[in-house]
Design a protein around this ligand. Structure first.
Ligand SMILES: [Zn+2]
Length: 269
């Protein structure tokens, strides 16, 4: 009896330590540009695969009474890591339904797989931003030349499909804050690096419930200092259907609060 009881604390501590390391790794992976620290995402209580009209209203009414109903802020909705056949068509339809335009920071490897979706994004009036060809950290952050080469390879693809060359680029993981020489090199080549200031935290593992993704965005949208240019970070990949499901709540609530949606490079009226 005594032996097993004495041994028990070690594996338990070890397991807890592993959990903590896993959590920290997941949090730090894609959130380096996040400017706001949020409390941990609440545990899921309902099915992660649906968001109803009722949910939309719940999220909208969860905001404090102090929030102004008419904010007149500018929103840049940015969606990274596509295109993907499972998410992009649904996102495009949602954006059309609300008459909203967004910025897709696309990966070259995905663009090669789904060239028609790139054309579709372009023809429906959205901005196609450059998120590198490979999105592979070991490859693109190896040197300033490697980063620029991945950007240019993706740019050629986008140009062939749409006839446009995006100036706005996004560094995977926001890593160019760490690699100043690569950042300067890209800027000298004429690119504008677009970060974000509102993180939906949808890159966490496990992927948060769609209601929590929407709530993460909408709670940060209450910070007035962000209203001149709120840049929302969302992702579209096969395992992130919840981000797509969170979109209607995010868009509806922001429109109702008086925010307007814009694309990078638009003239400020
Ligand atoms: Zn990415």
């Amino acid at each position: 009896m005594v032996g097993p009881l004495k041994k028990q604390p070690f594996p338990l501590t070890f397991v807890l330590l592993l959990c903590l390391c896993g959590y920290l790794a997941a949090v730090s992976r894609e959130n380096t540009m996040g400017v706001t620290v949020l409390p941990a995402v609440p545990e899921e209580t309902t099915s992660p695969f649906s968001i109803s009209e009722e949910d939309v209203l719940q999220v909208a009414s969860a905001s404090p009474a102090s929030v102004r109903q008419t904010a007149t802020g500018r929103v840049y909705l940015t969606i990274d890591d596509g295109p993907d056949i499972l998410t992009t068509p649904a996102i495009l339809d949602i954006l059309d339904r609300y008459g909203v335009r967004a910025t897709f920071f696309v990966i070259g490897r995905q663009a090669e797989k789904f060239p028609d979706l790139i054309k579709e994004m372009h023809s429906r009036g959205h901005y196609i931003g450059n998120h590198t060809y490979s999105h592979d950290y070991r490859d693109i952050y190896e040197s300033k030349e490697a980063f620029l080469s991945s950007i240019q390879k993706n740019e050629e693809l986008i140009f062939r499909l749409t006839g446009t060359r995006p100036k706005y680029i996004r560094d995977p993981g926001g890593k160019l804050r760490e690699f100043r020489d690569i950042r300067e090199h890209a800027e000298e080549a004429g690119y504008i690096i677009m970060g974000w200031n509102v993180d939906s935290y949808d890159s966490r593992n496990p992927v948060p419930h769609s209601k929590d993704i929407a709530a993460n965005v909408l709670s940060q949208a209450e910070h007035e200092h962000l209203w001149p240019g709120m840049i929302i970070l969302l992702h579209e990949t096969r395992i992130r259907q919840n981000s797509v499901e969170a979109l209607p709540a995010i868009i509806e609530t922001l429109i109702r609060r008086g925010f307007t949606f814009h694309l990078p490079g638009e003239a400020q009226e």
